[in-house]
Design a protein around this ligand. Structure first.
Ligand code: NDP
Ligand code: GDP
Length: 337
């Protein structure tokens, strides 16, 4: 039986990956911080509550990592923990740099010291492409991060490559484009949309306020993406891979997809900061722009090229953005029953 350790096991990806590895017969350990936001809500939803062996773990405690990695014999290590919200990273640039950047080299170094055979997965991100230098973005595209989150993740990405090249660590970096699910954090735009529209569909009285609706994202389903992470660590040689759908969608279109799934029919009016959406059926305004949600620097367009993952890992996204919007809207609507 193989042993895996997942940091961020309480998060969206951590929960899906834990379920995948449990189903594959792994003994799954997970790092959980004392001040966890979500605890095991996601594990309950996926039916794996109590099946992960948990350890107190915080990315800001390097000695704790060392003690833990000495005690456990870990075959595969998945570093999914992070301050993962781009929007918060301008207010928390130092914390984000420590947790998403510096802590990664501490982990790599702890593993190199006490467990050099462990295979390592780093959760890199399409946010590293930021102001995109090529369309679509692939493993070789020049990086140009646009947020403290993106900058910290670039540092971690290059450290992962550096440990692979310097010490022969089996360290792979998954450059994952946005991936969502009913377990997505409520501050991310897709979930914010499906939650607010579900409340409205249940008779709630609110207006969904959003920032830049012209930004485009390549959205896939988290359940598909954790399979790609696992496949990376099964390769003889470690490498870097883009996981994406290859389709990009403006935020506004995601609103339309979720709204349609919940029985609304939106007519868009106005432009820029004055844009709003009215439900044709009720005549009520249900969406509007609030500049409060604009970012100091935006990532306007993300679209990934997953060809390498398809060829080398046999991995392909199976869920369309339309199916994703419907899945999330249904989950949130049903949860309000
Ligand atoms: P989540 O925000 O859902 O989960 C983040 C996890 O990290 C949580 O378990 C959280 O624990 C944990 N965590 C946060 N800070 C610390 C800390 N100081 N010490 C230990 N654990 C901590 O993120 P996702 O599951 O969506 O993403 C997983 C990884 O993939 C992240 O690194 C993210 O940056 C990256 N990524 C995500 C993408 C996406 O679209 N989802 C795209 C590309 C990359 P707690 O429960 O305590 O809050
Ligand atoms: P990100 O790609 O990791 O930053 O994921 P998010 O879901 O947080 O944001 C995706 C895009 O949606 C970004 O371009 C945001 O500027 C845009 N966006 C527009 N309105 C909002 C909003 O109200 N909340 C969030 N989180 N993003 C928004």
């Amino acid at each position: 039986m193989k042993t895996a350790f997942i940091t961020g096991v309480t998060g969206q990806d951590g929960a899906y990956l834990a379920r995948l590895l449990i189903d594959k017969g792994y003994q799954v350990h997970g790092g959980v911080r004392r001040i966890s936001h979500s605890e095991f809500e996601r594990h309950e939803i996926l039916g794996i509550a109590g099946q992960v062996t948990t350890h107190e773990f915080d990315l800001s405690e390097p000695n704790q990592m060392l003690r833990l990695f000495t005690k456990l014999k870990i075959d595969e290590f998945y570093n999914l923990a992070a301050q993962s919200f781009v929007g918060a990273s301008w207010e928390l640039p130092i914390y984000t740099s420590e947790i998403d950047g510096l802590a990664v080299v501490q982990m790599l170094d702890a593993l190199r010291t006490v467990s050099p055979e462990t295979r390592y997965y780093q959760a890199s991100t399409s946010e590293m492409f930021g102001l995109v230098q090529e369309v679509p973005q692939r493993e070789t595209t020049r990086l140009y991060p646009r947020s403290p989150y993106g900058v910290a993740k670039v540092f971690a990405h290059y450290m992962t490559i550096n440990y692979r090249e310097s010490f022969g660590t089996h360290a792979s970096s998954g450059i994952l484009f946005n991936h969502e699910s009913p377990l997505r954090g409520k501050e991310f735009v897709t979930r914010k949309i499906t939650l607010a529209l579900s409340r409205l569909a249940r008779g709630g009285d609110e207006i969904l306020e959003l920032g830049n609706m012209d930004a485009r994202r390549d959205w896939g389903f988290a359940g598909d993406y954790v399979e790609g992470m696992w496949r990376m660590l099964q390769q003889d040689a470690a490498d870097d891979y883009v996981l994406a759908t290859g389709v990009t969608t403006p935020i506004r279109d995601f609103v339309d997809m979720a709204a349609t799934a919940l029985g609304f029919d939106i007519a868009w009016e106005g432009e820029g900061e004055s844009e709003f959406g009215v439900d044709r059926k009720s005549g009520k305004r249900i969406v509007q722009v609030n500049p409060k949600f604009f970012r100091p620097a935006e990532v306007d367009l993300l679209i990934g090229d997953p060809a390498k993952a398809e060829e080398k890992l046999g991995w392909k996204a199976t869920t369309t953005v339309q199916q994703l919007a419907e899945m999330m809207a249904k989950f949130d609507y049903d949860a309000l029953a």
